[in-house]
Design a protein around this ligand. Sequence first.
Ligand code: S3P
Length: 176
Amino acid sequence: MNKLILIGPMGAGKSSIGRRVADSLGLPFVDTDQVIRERAGVGIDFIFEKEGEAGFRRREEAVFAELLGGERAVIATGGGIVLSESNRRLMRNGSTVVFLETSVEWQLARTRRSHHRPLLDTPDPAARLAEIHAMREALYRECATLVVSTNGRRVVSVANDVLAELRRIGFSGDAS
Ligand code: S3P
């Protein structure tokens, strides 16, 4: 079944944009990070602390596979979803994938007050974001059906662009 998956780095606005797009399409909205938090009953920073990044990635893979096998939905993902070959393979299997492209400058502006992103718990978040960007950019592009830039833009404007692009390629909220 054709899911709509939003990918992109931390601070791209995947959840807020995804929620709006889902409302407009009349589809349910789910967020992998939120499901992981609910299942674990603790925050993502706590999972990183207790199980390391590897433990978090195992949880992320399991939740992602389950959501892709479930009902039709708009799925917002964590920024690292593309690191796993298994996640990338699942995305290629009949889903529409929107890459929310975001510069490191805009990511910094949007994550400045965030206290729940363990990967940014470092003295130099800008350098960390640039390093992550360099490692993942090609993976996001490889998975993307559509690429929409979010730089300097409001959620509503990006969501409207995503909806217009979806109409252009014939994606609709009705079952397909
Ligand atoms: C991560 C991004 C986070 C969250 C975790 C790891 C990453 O999600 O999954 O902290 O590896 O980029 P957001 O992209 O929603 O911030």
